[in-house]
Structure formats: C-alpha cells, structure tokens
Design a protein around this ligand. Structure first.
Ligand SMILES: [Zn+2]
Ligand SMILES: [Zn+2]
Length: 248
C-alpha cells in the first residue's frame, strides 16, 4: 500500500471541510495539491485523480471512510464525497444535530422516499415541525432546513421543491434501503437508489430510472419502452408536470 504524502493529506483535509465537491472543484483541488507538493500534468489528470483516490481509499478504509463518486438525482452532475462506509450514516448526523433535529431529518427522508416524485413542497416540509416529538417553531424549522440545504443533505429546486441532496444521496443510501425497504427502489440502469426518476407506466411494473440514466438508455431511440416489461415509458417531463399539478 502506497503511503500518504503531504499532497494526499491536503486533499483529504479539503474533503473533511467541504463534505462533497463537484468535478470542477475536485480537479482544482487536485491541481492545487499537486502543484504544491508534486507534479501536475493536465493531460493525465483523470488518471491522476483515480490514483489519488485509490491511494487515499486504501489508507482510510480501516477508518471506515472512503472517497466515493455520486450523482445529483436532479441533473446527473457528478460529485465526489468523503463518506462513511461502516457506521450507519445517520450517526454522522447525530454528532452534529440534536435528537429532535435528527428526527426531523428522518421524517424528511421518509417524505422524499414515499412521495411520487421524490420531492416535497416547503409547506409539507415545514409541517414536519408539528410531527416531531418536541414541536419546533416555523422559524426554527426554516433555519434547520436552510442548514440541511447548505450542508447538501437536501436540495431545493427553482420552484422551491425539496429533494434529497447529493450528500444525502451518497451517505444515506444504505440507511434508506434498510428503513424504507418497501418504498426504496433501485435505478434499473445504474442500480443505485432512485428517489427522483422517471418510471414505467405499467402499474404492475416498478421499474424506475434516474432522469439522466433514462436519457442515456433512450438516446437515439424513437420509441421509449420499459427495459423490463417492454411497456410504454413515461416521459420525465410528464412526471414533473404531474407533480406540479399535484402540488396545487
Ligand atoms: Zn440511475
Ligand atoms: Zn415496466
């Protein structure tokens, strides 16, 4: 196993501070740490990043940590994150939030998973403040939601709908499968948890795909059919419009 060098340390430190980073941010960080402590070659930066993550991961796996890649469910943007692999990831939040706030987050997850679209409106989200063991004022609930959003546990669309954020996607997958096994579905294409996605129109078929995965599957095909049951496939735009109607 290759030992960690100063450049690797700098890399890990940045992840510990920021949690998740998109591709541009990661490559900037790579350039910065390489230029400070080693060699950097723009042409082979992808391989360099792979090597970096590999070396770091083989050193930190014994701590139950891993640098992992994930995708934002709304647009398929790739992210890298330093995630927990051993403990139930909810413990990570438990160390930073009060028990009551944690309950709020768990109920938020439940709403995402059980909703048709994988998103919820702000009124529903604020409504959780009434259902948790110790009721919370709307102002406090709003502040809490802002903090979840800042830390990327949740995301918010332009229309104000909330969804599981990139950090939630990367850290909570296992927890969600364990807690909501009757509702959590895997994407037919990438086999990862799919909360927001397009679905098969056949009521008996549970096939779902992330919007960006479905786009890849159906690229260049004039007719969209479910890869499992061959039934007609719902357009992602229809799914989204249906949600908006449902909201009003
Ligand atoms: Zn997928
Ligand atoms: Zn189907």
């Amino acid at each position: 196993m290759q030992k960690l060098k100063s450049s690797h340390h700098m890399f890990i430190q940045a992840f510990m501070t920021r949690g998740v980073m998109n591709g541009t941010e990661v490559f900037n960080l790579l350039k910065l740490s390489c230029e400070k402590y080693g060699d950097y070659d723009e042409a082979s930066r992808t391989q360099l990043l792979l090597d970096y993550c590999h070396t770091i991961n083989s050193n930190i796996s014994m701590l139950g940590l891993e640098i992992k890649k994930g995708k934002d469910e709304t647009n398929g943007t790739g992210y890298y994150g330093l995630v927990n692999t051993v403990e139930s990831n909810i413990t990570l939040l438990a160390s930073q939030y009060t028990e009551n706030e944690l309950q709020f987050f768990k109920m938020l997850l439940e709403e995402f998973v059980k909703s048709e679209s994988g998103t919820i409106g702000s009124i529903e989200a604020l409504g959780i403040s009434e259902k948790i063991p110790k009721k919370m004022s709307k102002t406090d609930a709003n502040q809490l939601l802002d903090r979840f959003e800042r830390e990327k546990w949740i995301g918010k669309s332009k229309e104000g709908r909330m969804y599981l954020g990139i950090r939630g996607v990367m850290e909570m997958e296992q927890y969600i499968f364990e807690m909501f096994e009757d509702f959590a579905v895997r994407c037919n294409m990438c086999k990862k948890l799919c909360i927001q996605g397009a679905r098969c129109m056949n009521g008996e078929c549970e096939t779902r795909m992330h919007f960006h995965c479905a786009q890849r599957v159906f690229r260049g095909k004039s007719e969209k059919r479910c890869p499992e049951c061959r039934g007609p496939w719902q357009e992602s735009s229809q799914t989204r419009q249906a949600d908006q109607v449902e909201m009003e």
